[in-house]
Write a protein that binds this ligand. Structure first.
Ligand code: S6P
Ligand code: ZN
Length: 185
């Protein structure tokens, strides 16, 4: 089915138009995600960490379509770990994705099947290819809202359970004020 276009505000990354859905993730949704659980609990449970807008022109799980999204992560830390997304593998592991940074500064954290974790600095205009079979999460390392756009296959899905069970092998932490990828102990 041919769908009407939606709009991206190229300054803020905000999406608008028919079919755009918004999900908010507050600190209370992020239990077990950050290394320092005590610090997370000490912060306000309703504090917004990130917001995801998504445009699904076809049904989720349908083969052959593409989804479009915008994620905005607030600046902040839990302990010494930057505010970040939950992170996931795609349920259909052989599906990749693109990210395009619109505003702010951050890090895309990628972990391959061998649990080798790397991070790529994100800045306005940076385009990042998330390969298939690769866990991905984004952290806001700056003092402003970090917003990026994403495009991914409509049958990719989300595997959050594997991240909940196994985590990433390294975390992006603020060490002497500098974003540093630290192996998880
Ligand atoms: C979807 C894509 C993004 C994330 C979003 C939030 O494949 O990678 O739209 O869903 O950045 O991250 P998460 O890990 O909470 O889904
Ligand atoms: Zn994804």
């Amino acid at each position: 089915m041919i769908r009407a276009p939606i709009q991206v505000d190229l300054t803020t990354g905000e999406l608008s138009g028919n079919g755009v859905q918004t999900t908010i993730r507050t600190l209370c949704h992020l239990q077990g995600i950050f290394r320092d659980e005590k610090s997370r609990q000490a912060l306000e449970a309703e504090k917004v960490v990130y917001r995801v807008q998504a445009f699904h022109p076809v049904r989720e799980g349908e083969e052959g379509g593409l989804f479009w999204g915008a994620t905005s992560i607030e600046p902040g830390v839990v302990g010494d770990e930057y505010f970040m997304t939950k992170g996931h593998y795609h349920s259909q592991q052989n599906r990749g994705e693109y990210y395009l940074t619109i505003a702010g500064y951050g890090g895309l954290i990628l972990m391959d099947q061998a649990r080798k974790t790397v991070y790529q600095p994100m800045r306005p205009g940076s385009v990042h290819y998330v390969p298939a079979h690769t866990a991905h999460r984004v952290a806001n390392t700056g003092g402003l809202v970090l917003t990026f756009l994403a495009c991914w296959p409509s049958d990719a899905g989300y595997d959050y359970e594997r991240i909940a069970a196994e985590g990433f092998s390294a975390r992006l932490r603020k060490v002497s004020g500098v974003p540093t990828l630290v192996e998880d102990s």
